[in-house]
Design a binder for this molecule. Structure first.
Ligand code: SF4
Ligand code: SF4
Ligand code: SF4
Length: 177
């Protein structure tokens, strides 16, 4: 009986804590709407390079102010600027943190044609058929790396792409300089 009352009290406390943590309904609705507008600006690659489980979770983190606009490599600087414009002046001027562009390459001698990488690629840039060698179409590959873990023979690697004149940009100036 006492144990039962204790469990009820614990449940009531947990519910009260969750309710206290949840934003007020109106604020929650505004964030959801802002998240949807932000999501519409994102490339929808679902590559998780931003550190979130897809574009919509990143959009919702942006809507809550928990993260910066510079986390989406597939969207590049154009998306960062569009997000900064939508979200306010204090985030303007943000650029994507410089990182080498990576693409996946399959070592075709080792590929056993299991198709697991095809199913893992969010942008559908791996071609192949069951029990046949697979390959990556390099140009649209975002370098997200999601195809690597499912490969049972570890024959996929990420490699940096040599920088071309079209990719080069001036480095960002030092803050306060
Ligand atoms: S990095 Fe960009 S494209 Fe990839 S999941 Fe995040 S928001 Fe979407
Ligand atoms: S091939 Fe691999 S690294 Fe390239 S986009 Fe698809 S899952 Fe990402
Ligand atoms: S997961 Fe690895 S072995 Fe399977 S098809 Fe892709 S590259 Fe080949």
């Amino acid at each position: 009986m006492i144990a039962g009352l204790g469990a009820v009290a614990l449940l009531a406390l947990a519910a009260a804590t969750t309710a206290a943590q949840r934003p007020a309904p109106r604020l929650w609705l505004e964030r959801r709407r802002l998240g949807a507008r932000i999501d519409a600006l994102l490339p929808q690659s679902q590559c998780e390079a931003c550190g979130y489980r897809g574009c919509r979770p990143y959009a919702e983190a942006l809507a809550s102010g928990a993260v910066g606009v510079d986390r989406c490599p597939p969207g590049g600087d154009a998306t960062a600027r569009a997000l900064a414009e939508m979200l306010g002046e204090e985030r303007a001027g943000a650029t994507i943190a410089a990182r080498p562009r990576l693409v996946a390459r399959i070592d075709e001698d080792w590929c056993i044609g299991c198709t697991k990488c095809i199913r893992a690629c969010p942008v559908d840039v791996i071609i192949g058929a069951p029990r046949q060698m697979h390959t990556v179409i390099a140009a649209p590959c975002t370098g997200c790396g999601l195809c690597l873990p499912p490969c049972p023979v570890d024959c996929i690697v990420l490699e940096p792409v040599a920088q071309a004149a079209a990719d080069w940009r001036w480095p960002a100036p030092e803050r306060g300089a």
